[in-house]
Ligand binder design. Structure first.
Ligand SMILES: C[S@@+](CC[C@H](N)C(=O)[O-])C[C@H]1O[C@@H](n2cnc3c(N)ncnc32)[C@H](O)[C@@H]1O
Length: 350
C-alpha cells in the first residue's frame, strides 16, 4: 500500500517528486562539492595514480578523513567510481575537472562557487524585489560596479573567470569554426574577447586572417600570452580599452557572451560602436544562449537568473535580439544552433 504524502498524493511517483524537490533545494551542495573537488585537484590526483584519500591528502596537504568524505560525496554524483578497498577511479565526467585537458571545466567549477557568484546569488530575492542586481551590496562594492571591476580587483578569481570562459568557448568552438565562412574577412575583432580563445582558433584555421582582442586592460596580457601558446602571435594583437567608448575597425566582429552582460541601452552602445568602425560589408557574429518559452526546460532561463544576480544584463529571445540589431544598424541573416544551449547568430551591417 502506497504511503500518502501531504500535497503530493500517494505512491512512488509522489515520493520521487518530493525527493526531487529536496535535491533541487539543496542544489548548492553540489556546486560547492564540485568547487572543492576542483580546488583540491582531486581529479588530477586520482588520474596521476593517487587513488586513496590518504595518498591524495599527502600530496595536497589536506586532512585524510575529510578528503575521504569529499571523495565519497563526489563519487555519489558520478565524478569518481568505487575501485574497492577505499580506492577511487576517475569517471569520464570526472575527467572534466582535470586541469589543462581538452574540454576541462575545472576553472568553471572553481569560479561558479567562488565569492562573486556565490555571494551575488545569495542576494537574488533582493535583486528580484528591486529590479536589478544587488551584487555590489553583497560584495561590498560601490553602486554601479560590475562583475568585471570586481575581477580586476581580485586577480586570482578573475583569472579563474577568464579560464572558465575559455572552458566554455571550448564547448562551442567546433560548431563555430564549422559554421563560419570567412571569405573576404581580413580582420576579426573579438569584442570583450577575454584571453582570445575564439579568435585564436579562427586564426589557426585561417592563415590569411589577422585577429584582435578588445578587452579591459587587466585582461589583455593574458590574451597575448595565450596567442603565443597557440602559435598565432604574429597575426594577433590585444587592445586594452572600453567597448562602450570605441571598438577597433574590422570586417568581422565576434561578440560571444557579451550582450547578455548588459542592459538594452548598454548593448545598443556596444553594437553601435561596432557598426561605427565597421569596414564596408562587415559582418558580426553573436554567440549567446537564447531563452525559450515558459515551461520548457531552458538553460537560458536559469542563466538569466545568474545574469540578474551577478550582472546588469539578461538573457534574451530572438525578438529581443532582433530589436537591438534593428536599432543599431545590424540585421540577423543566419542563425545556427550549437550542441550547447548557445546559438550562432550572423549579422550583416545595414
Ligand atoms: C562574459 S565574458 C566573455 C568573454 C569571451 N567573449 C568569451 O565568450 O569567452 C565578458 C568579457 O567582457 C569584458 N569586458 C567587460 N567590460 C568591458 C568593457 N567595458 N570593454 C571591453 N571589455 C569588457 C570582460 O573583461 C570579459 O572578458
Amino acid at each position: 500500500m502506497s504511503e500518502e504524502i501531504p500535497g503530493f498524493g500517494s505512491g512512488a511517483e509522489a515520493a520521487r517528486s518530493v525527493m526531487k524537490m529536496v535535491e533541487m533545494i539543496s542544489g548548492y551542495w553540489v556546486t560547492q562539492i564540485l568547487r572543492a573537488t576542483a580546488e583540491l585537484s582531486l581529479a588530477d590526483h586520482v588520474a596521476a595514480g593517487a587513488t586513496t584519500a590518504q595518498e591524495i591528502a599527502e600530496r595536497e596537504g589536506s586532512d585524510p578523513a575529510t578528503t575521504y568524505r569529499l571523495l565519497r560525496a563526489a563519487s555519489s554524483i558520478g565524478v569518481f567510481g568505487d575501485a574497492g578497498e577505499r580506492r577511487f577511479r576517475l569517471t569520464a565526467m570526472g575527467g572534466l575537472l582535470r586541469r589543462d585537458v581538452p574540454g576541462s571545466l575545472r576553472e568553471m567549477a572553481m569560479v561558479r562557487g567562488a565569492p562573486l557568484h556565490w555571494q551575488s546569488w545569495g542576494s537574488l530575492p533582493d535583486a528580484v524585489r528591486k529590479g536589478t542586481t544587488q551584487m555590489h551590496a553583497a560584495l561590498g562594492l560601490a553602486e554601479g560596479a560590475t562583475a568585471f571591476d570586481y575581477f580586476g580587483q581580485h586577480p586570482e578569481e578573475g583569472a579563474w573567470f577568464a579560464s572558465s570562459m575559455s572552458n566554455a568557448t571550448g564547448m562551442v568552438i567546433d560548431d563555430v569554426t564549422g559554421a563560419l565562412d570567412l571569405d573576404g574577412v581580413s580582420v576579426a575583432v573579438d569584442v570583450g574577447g577575454s584571453t582570445g580563445a575564439l579568435v585564436q582558433e579562427l586564426l589557426k584555421k585561417n592563415p590569411g586572417l589577422t585577429g584582435v582582442v578588445l578587452d579591459m586592460s587587466h585582461v589583455v596580457d593574458s590574451a597575448v600570452e595565450a596567442a603565443a601558446r597557440a602559435g598565432v602571435q604574429d597575426r594577433f594583437s590585444a587592445v586594452g580599452g572600453d567597448f562602450f567608448t570605441d571598438v577597433p575597425a574590422a570586417d568581422l566582429y565576434l561578440l560571444k557572451m557579451i550582450l547578455h552582460d548588459w542592459s538594452d541601452t548598454q548593448c545598443l552602445t556596444i553594437l553601435r560602436n561596432c557598426r561605427a568602425s565597421a569596414h564596408p560589408g562587415a559582418r558580426a557574429v553573436v554567440i549567446e544562449s537564447v531563452v525559450g518559452s515558459p515551461g520548457e526546460p531552458s538553460f537560458g532561463a536559469l542563466l538569466d537568473m545568474n545574469m540578474l544576480a551577478a550582472t546588469h544584463g539578461q538573457e534574451r529571445d530572438f525578438d529581443e535580439f532582433d530589436a537591438l540589431y534593428a536599432e543599431s544598424g545590424w540585421r540577423r541573416v543566419a542563425t545556427r544552433p550549437t550542441r550547447t544551449p548557445q546559438f550562432i547568430q550572423e549579422l550583416e551591417a545595414i
